[in-house]
Ligand binder design. Structure first.
Ligand SMILES: [Cu+2]
Length: 149
């Protein structure tokens, strides 16, 4: 199990190295008509999506090494579930953590390999905040904002 994760992480790093960055979908790029140019604003991460919770049953799907959602939301202080569908013949999961680079996670779901595989993760309650989720195998291709409120 440990070894598999290590291999997967290595693979992800190789993939990222070859991919040459996944910033091509940055909605802020090219949208700046202002004369100021770059403003290094720290108050919101570029391209961060926001969403609001609607119940304790969340769902997300992976296909073509992408999630179908850029934002997931859960109510603060309540346990919830995430139904995760994997339509790729690759291992994916959902991990929730404070930030992209954080080394501690609130929750890290079991990796499943599709296609047509699904799992329902049970996640313990999380305090209100805006966090991050990603696939631990493909953190740079598969990620999003995790809102708890
Ligand atoms: Cu993945």
């Amino acid at each position: 199990m440990k070894k598999l994760v290590a291999v997967a992480a290595l693979l992800a790093m190789v993939l990222v190295g070859c991919g040459g960055g996944s910033d091509d979908a940055d909605p802020l790029a090219g949208g700046n008509a202002g004369d100021g140019g770059h403003t290094h604003s720290d108050d919101a991460p570029a391209g961060a999506a926001t969403c609001s919770p609607s119940g304790t049953s969340l769902s997300i799907t992976a296909k073509d090494i992408q999630y179908d959602k850029g934002c997931l939301a859960a109510p603060a202080g309540q346990a919830f579930t995430i139904k995760f569908d994997n339509n790729d013949a690759l291992p994916h999961n959902v991990t929730i953590q404070v930030s992209h680079t954080s080394t501690e996670s609130f929750f890290s779901g079991e990796q499943i390999t599709g296609p047509n595989k699904s799992v329902t993760y049970r996640v313990s309650s999380i305090a209100a905040g805006t966090y991050h989720f990603h696939c631990i195998v493909h953190p740079d291709q598969m990620n999003g904002t995790f809102v708890v409120k």
